[in-house]
Design a protein around this ligand. Structure first.
Ligand SMILES: C[S@@+](CC[C@H](N)C(=O)[O-])C[C@H]1O[C@@H](n2cnc3c(N)ncnc32)[C@H](O)[C@@H]1O
Length: 257
């Protein structure tokens, strides 16, 4: 992608500063947007660990980036040739950063950024070949509902998923059922567990539920996503499957359209 030649480095730097604090460290024609990020060169260093697990060529494909922030993944998917890229986020400040980054990269007309919550995606009335849901699940008070809505309304094929995880990384097979008197499984490290954050974790009031690895995998499966690969400790590539009649019956709790 070719950048906007008319902007000098100084002009880009001034706009980057005016757009507030950045979470994504993007390289905009040599200007770093978040060089002091507490995780390092984020999310570039993370992406490099799982980029190989995504299709290299997205020509003709559509992408929905939920919780797009400043658009790192939207820009990367456009670089892979995606025909349509829509990034949504609830924070207008991040969306303004994303629009500016797309402008500098010369793709302002090719990526749409819209203020929208994951809980509103039924209104899109559109399915996407690749849905990106990275780093959002644990920020939601109703995480399983979000996964159900993604399955029900916008996912067509692939889901790229990431969640912060805490607790054990062990995963034990989940039995079909357990007797009422079986209580020991809840103590086992490989059983799915979701920790509730009533107050704060990492000084962030928007952290609500933090799963262990077994729980992430169980939630994805339960929402109708088969895990295709696990290329990085927090990242999963999944494929949407149809729910069975029985599963659909168990889940009729989200808004009907
Ligand atoms: C930790 S950042 C992750 C950003 C990016 N997806 C990534 O992986 O680098 C979480 C993002 O989710 C957004 N977000 C929080 N709640 C949301 C919601 N209900 N719907 C859509 N986006 C949301 C935040 O504004 C923020 O940009």
């Amino acid at each position: 992608m070719k950048g906007v030649p008319s902007m000098t480095k100084e002009q880009i730097r001034a706009r980057v500063e005016a757009l507030g604090e950045w979470f994504h460290n993007l390289d905009l024609n040599g200007v770093q947007t978040a060089p002091g990020h507490f995780l390092g060169d984020y999310p570039r260093f993370k992406f490099e660990r799982f980029a190989h697990a995504l299709p290299a060529d997205l020509s003709g494909k559509s992408v929905l980036d939920i919780g797009c922030n400043a658009g790192f993944y939207s820009l990367e998917m456009k670089r892979r040739g995606a025909e349509r890229v829509l990034g949504i986020d609830t924070d207008e400040r991040y969306l303004a950063q994303a629009r500016f980054a797309a402008e500098v990269c010369g793709v302002a007309d090719a990526i749409e950024f819209r203020e929208m919550s994951v809980f509103e995606i039924a209104a899109l009335r559109e399915r996407f070949d690749l849905v990106i849901f990275m780093g959002v699940l644990y920020h939601l008070r109703h995480p399983l509902l979000a996964l159900d809505l993604i399955h029900e309304h916008v996912a067509r094929d692939l889901l790229l998923f990431q969640s912060m995880q805490r607790g054990s990384t062990e995963v034990e097979p989940v039995a079909g059922d357990y007797p009422f008197w079986e209580t020991e499984i809840f103590e086992r490290p490989g059983y799915p567990k979701l920790a509730f954050v009533e107050r704060r974790y990492a000084h962030d009031p928007t952290n609500w539920w933090i799963p262990n690895r077994a729980c992430v995998e169980a939630m994805l499966r339960s929402s109708g996503f088969e895990i295709v690969s696990h290329p990085e400790e927090e990242v999963y590539v999944c494929r949407r499957r149809e729910l069975t009649e029985r599963e659909r019956g168990d889940r009729a709790v989200y808004p009907l359209h």
